[in-house]
Design a binder for this molecule. Structure first.
Ligand code: ADP
Ligand code: TRP
Length: 322
C-alpha cells in the first residue's frame, strides 16, 4: 500500500501542522510504503523569493528529520530533484478538461481573496496529479481542502488510461476524522496565514510571549473555570495523557488559579514535549550536508519508481520515436 504525501515549504511549521499532518505521517511509517516529498515547485505559485524558498526547503527537511521522518523506512525527497514530474505534468495537461480546473475550489477561493491569478495557480492540480500518479500512489492522506485535488488526479488518470491502457494506479484520498483542527492563539484554526500559530521549533522566550497572548475568558482567579472551550486547555490536551488531562481539568474546576498559570503550564508542556526533537533538530541543523545526502538518497529511490513508469508513458504516447 503506497501512501503519498506532499508538503509545501511555505513557512515555519506549527503545532497544527504537527498534529494534523506530521505526526500521523510519522506513525504511518510502520503501516505502509510512505512516499513524502517537499513540494517546492508548488510553492512557486505564491512565494516568489528564491532565497527564501531554498531556505524553507532545507528548513522543512531538517524539521521533518528531527520529528521522526525515517529515510530508511520512507522515500523522502524534494520535488524538484525528480524532474520527470514536470514532463508528466505537461502530458497530463492534455488529459485535463478546462472545466475540471475551472471548478477547483482552491483556485476560486484564492482568487476571491485577491491573490493574483497566474497560470501556475490555475494548473496546480495538474502538477499535483503528476506528483500522485508518477509514484503509483494508492492512498493520499489529505485535509478537507485537498480532497478535490485527489479527485481531479483520479479523473485525469481515468481519461489517460482510457486512451492508453492501464498505465496509472487510481489514487484514493484518505481523510482522518480523528485529527481535530488545532486552534490558534485567537481560537480560529491555527494557520500560517492567520498569524495565530505556536511554532514547533520556536525560541523559548518568543514561544512564551506567543502563548501569553492566547485569548481566554476573564474569570476571577478564585473561581472555577470552564475548560471545554478554553483555547489554552484545547492546545494543552493534545500533548497530555489521560491522567494528566484529568489533573488539568481538576485544576480548572477547583479555582484558585488564573489563566496565566495555565498558560505557563502550557508553555512548559510544549517545551518538554518537543525537547528530544529539538536535540535531533540541533544535530541536523549542524549537519546540513547529511540532510542533503538524505535528500539525494530519497530522490534516487523516488526516481527508481518514476523512471520506468515515465518510460512507459513516453512509449505509449509516442514521445519516444526511435
Ligand atoms: P497552513 O494553514 O498553516 O498554511 P498548510 O495548509 O500548509 O497549513 O497545511 C499543511 C498540513 O497541516 C495539512 O495537512 C493541514 O491539514 C495540516 N494543518 C494545518 N493547520 C492545521 C490545524 N490548525 N489543525 C490541524 N491540521 C492542520
Ligand atoms: N497541495 C498540497 C497542499 O497544499 C501539497 C501537495 C502537493 C500534495 N502535491 C501533493 C499533497 C501530492 C499530497 C499529494 O497541502
Amino acid at each position: 500500500m503506497r501512501i503519498l504525501t506532499g508538503i509545501q515549504p511555505s513557512g515555519d511549521l506549527h503545532i497544527g501542522n504537527y498534529f494534523g499532518s506530521i505526526k500521523p505521517m510519522i506513525e504511518s511509517l510502520d503501516k505502509g510504503d510512505v512516499f513524502a516529498f517537499i513540494a517546492n515547485y508548488h510553492s512557486m505559485s505564491s512565494l516568489f523569493d528564491g532565497k527564501r524558498r531554498s531556505e524553507l526547503t532545507m528548513q522543512a527537511a531538517t524539521d521533518f528529520l528531527a520529528l521522526g521522518m525515517n529515510p530508511e523506512k520512507a522515500t523522502f525527497w524534494v520535488q524538484s530533484d525528480v524532474k520527470e514530474v514536470l514532463e508528466l505534468y505537461w502530458i497530463l495537461s492534455a488529459f485535463t478538461p478546462m472545466g475540471l480546473l475551472e471548478r477547483a475550489h482552491s483556485y476560486k477561493d484564492k482568487t476571491a481573496k485577491g491573490i493574483s491569478a497566474n497560470h501556475s495557480l490555475f494548473s496546480y492540480p495538474v502538477l499535483m496529479a503528476a506528483d500522485i500518479l508518477l509514484f503509483n500512489s494508492n492512498i493520499v492522506p489529505v485535509g478537507k481542502d485537498q480532497i478535490q485535488h485527489v479527485e481531479i488526479a483520479r479523473d485525469i488518470a481515468i481519461k489517460f488510461n482510457n486512451e492508453y491502457g492501464d498505465i496509472f494506479t487510481l489514487p484514493e484520498y484518505q481523510i482522518d476524522t480523528n485529527v481535530q483542527t488545532v486552534p490558534g492563539t485567537d481560537g480560529q484554526k491555527m494557520s500560517k496565514s492567520y498569524g495565530n500559530t505556536v511554532n514547533i521549533f520556536g525560541e523559548e522566550k518568543k514561544q512564551l510571549k506567543v502563548i501569553k497572548k492566547i485569548i481566554t475568558d476573564s474569570v476571577p482567579m478564585e473561581e472555577p473555570k470552564e475548560y471545554e472551550n478554553c483555547n489554552v486547555y484545547n492546545m494543552a490536551r493534545l500533548f497530555l495523557n489521560d491522567v494528566e488531562l484529568v489533573e488539568l481539568q481538576n485544576r480548572y474546576k477547583k479555582g484558585g488559579e488564573g489563566h496565566g498559570h495555565f498558560k505557563l503550564y502550557l508553555a512548559d508542556v510544549i517545551w518538554d514535549y518537543f525537547a528530544p526533537y529539538r536535540e535531533k533538530r540541533a544535530y541536523f541543523d549542524a549537519n546540513q550536508d547529511e540532510v542533503k545526502e538524505i535528500l539525494d538518497f530519497g530522490a534516487s529511490k523516488a526516481r527508481e519508481v518514476a523512471q520506468p513508469l515515465m518510460e512507459k508513458i513516453r512509449s505509449v504516447t509516442g514521445v519516444t520515436y526511435k
